[in-house]
Write a protein that binds this ligand. Structure first.
Ligand SMILES: Cc1cc2nc3c(=O)[nH]c(=O)nc-3n(C[C@H](O)[C@H](O)[C@H](O)COP(=O)(O)OP(=O)(O)OC[C@H]3O[C@@H](n4cnc5c(N)ncnc54)[C@H](O)[C@@H]3O)c2cc1C
Length: 398
């Protein structure tokens, strides 16, 4: 067995694992990150950072650089293809609750790169690429981790954080259930350099549009727009990822706009699943390893970073002997509860609102947005909820 003197191993160098590692290093705790791939991922995935997450990343010293590489979105808009614009909300209305009263549109790979650049020469930090965790075992004193492939060795640590994504081996190796369901439709994200403002000047850089036939949402990133729509179960992957299908999806969202240039197309299956426990003895699950949800509301990566920093705030003092290990029970209690109540319920509700088919459901969505537009306190409540400030406050109260 190869020795590892670092008390914490993090499986997975995604945004969640890297945030956890950064906070442990900040607390003076040595950490080893194991990443199965040869490099950090450059995949086009999450691109929204909420105000609450930016506040946390600011405490870690990464927000300024991330903001300099992203696009500030001060407003969020809701509309309906039947009723037109329903309401636009300005995060300035909750500027007393956050140091970052806006969403930041920046790809998640920018955050992982910024964190790695900051930590790579730090003596408390080590990352090993090409190091896939293939099995784990734990006893009262620690956790053994088998690495497959070329590494083919076993490491030991005191605590293991499984931030190894939706197919988490840390979760599967311990038979922790991952209950929930998979939506029948897939989601398509079309990235285009086409200037949406040229035909839709009133749209904001985050804008959700309900449509009983095919909802869509616009998300502006630097130099491009992302347009997301659902794809019916009977459409083949091949057809759904063709340029023609992507152009047709954009034309539905922007009537009269034909033949936009396509930069990138992502088609993916969407699940709502939560792990049965976020802690088992000396191992923890965080981020997609612990929960996955649809991306409407941008709560997946953000919720995962919230997990990571909740966990490290509890784990650091335990490792340093300032708190008993029993305090770690708060992690599952707090983060699993808000994952169930806020992230799962919230993202399912966001999807239901956008696809509302009955007059009654459409009216309920319209009423909620219009009331939040006219009643200042309801507007602030909506902004607290979508910024994930509400879920952090709730977790802290549990
Ligand atoms: C198209 C798309 C759009 C999205 N948009 C948003 C959004 O706007 N906002 C939002 O909040 N979320 C969004 N999400 C979700 C978001 O991307 C995920 O929630 C986020 O990536 C989770 O981060 P993570 O670090 O937990 O897992 P991952 O990013 O999946 O990282 C896991 C890491 O672990 C590594 N790994 C896996 N298995 C092993 C192993 N056995 N050993 C070692 N390493 C391993 C992987 O290689 C990877 O580097 C989106 C997702 C998709 C697909």
């Amino acid at each position: 067995m190869k020795s590892n003197s670092r008390p914490v191993i993090v499986a997975g160098a995604g945004p969640v694992g890297m945030s956890a590692a950064a906070d442990l290093v900040r607390q003076g705790i040595p950490v080893l990150v194991l990443e199965k791939n040869a490099t950090l991922s450059l995949e086009s995935r999450a691109s929204t950072f909420h105000p609450s997450t930016l506040d946390m990343l600011d405490d870690l010293g990464f927000a300024k650089t991330l903001i300099s590489e992203g696009l500030i979105a001060p407003k969020v808009q809701y509309g309906s293809m039947i009723d037109g614009e329903l309401g636009t909300f300005d995060f300035a209305d909750i500027s007393d609750l956050t140091r970052h009263p806006y969403r930041l549109q920046a790809e998640q790979f920018k955050l992982t790169r910024i964190i790695l650049d900051a930590l790579k020469d730090h003596p408390l930090f080590e990352i090993r690429f090409d190091s896939e965790v293939t099995a784990i075992r734990q006893d009262d004193d620690g956790v053994e981790i088998d690495l497959g492939g070329a590494a083919n060795e076993t490491l030991r640590c005191d605590w293991l954080i499984g931030a190894d994504g939706a197919n988490s081996i840390v979760r599967r190796a311990q038979d922790i259930e991952f209950t929930g369901f998979t939506w029948p439709e897939r989601f398509l994200v079309v990235t285009t350099p086409f200037d949406v403002y040229s035909v839709h000047p009133d749209v904001t850089s985050v804008s959700y549009w309900a449509d009983p036939d095919r909802w869509h949402f616009f998300l502006k990133i630097i130099g491009a727009w992302r347009i997301m729509t659902p794809v019916a179960a009977d459409v083949s992957d091949e057809l759904a990822t063709s340029d023609a299908f992507a152009r047709n999806s954009v034309a539905r969202a922007l009537p009269g706009v034909e033949n936009v240039p396509i930069e990138h197309v992502t088609l993916y299956r969407v699940h709502q699943r939560v792990a049965g426990n976020f802690r088992k003895g000396r191992t923890f699950l965080a981020g997609d390893a612990a929960h996955i949800n649809n991306p409407l509301g941008g709560m997946g990566m953000n919720g995962g970073i919230h997990d990571a920093l909740n966990l490290t705030a509890l784990l650091g003092p335990v490792i340093q002997g300032a708190q008993p290990s029993g305090t770690l029970d708060a992690y599952d209690r707090q983060r699993r509860a808000v994952t169930m109540d806020a992230i799962q319920v919230g993202t399912i509700k966001n999807k239901r609102n956008l696809e509302a088919k009955t007059e009654e459901d459409r009216e309920a969505f319209k009423k909620e947005i219009r009331e939040a537009m006219t009643d200042k306190e309801k507007g602030r409540a909506l902004l607290r909820r979508i910024s994930m400030i509400e879920s952090l406050d709730r977790a802290a109260s549990l």
